[in-house]
Design a protein around this ligand. Structure first.
Ligand SMILES: [Zn+2]
Length: 150
């Protein structure tokens, strides 16, 4: 297990590489996002705030929002505004993935489909464009739970 200091130093250089000054809240928030990513990669600002409070950190909700916005601008995290819920944040990854969101539970599921990826480039090209980015969100509900027509 890495010592607190090693991990702390790692976070410091990550922040510096992203062009951000090293502050206590930034280091703690980045650490938390990486710890949390093992269980749930998609967290709201409230989730993060409450978890930090429970860990005894004195970081206010406004600071959490501010640091997340700074992380987003620096490319460290991505913000997703999933419909019907508040924004969730996740650490940026090199691997592109898309999301589906369960309309009943709010669960966020990641997926990657090379046929969809390829097709999007083709469609953009058919319209005379080059695809530079995209975000695809499927709204889903558990199978067998189709609502009867009223
Ligand atoms: Zn994701």
């Amino acid at each position: 297990m890495p010592s607190h200091n090693e991990s702390h130093d790692e976070k410091k250089s990550e922040l510096q590489r992203a062009g951000l000054k090293v502050t206590g809240p930034r280091v703690r928030l980045l650490q938390y996002l990486e710890e949390a990513a093992r269980d749930n990669r998609h967290l709201s600002a409230d989730d993060i705030y409450l978890a930090l409070q429970q860990a005894g950190e004195d970081i206010g909700l406004a600071t959490v929002y501010r640091v997340l916005t700074q992380f987003e601008a620096a490319g460290l995290v991505m913000r997703h505004n999933f419909e019907g819920g508040h924004a969730v944040f996740e650490l940026s990854t090199d691997d592109h993935h898309d999301h589906m969101v369960c309309i009943e539970t709010g669960a966020v599921i990641e997926f990657h489909d090379s046929a969809i990826e390829k097709r999007q480039h083709e469609i953009a090209a058919e319209h005379g464009y080059e695809l530079v980015d995209h975000s695809l969100v499927l709204h889903v509900r558990p199978l067998g739970k189709k609502k009867p027509k009223a």
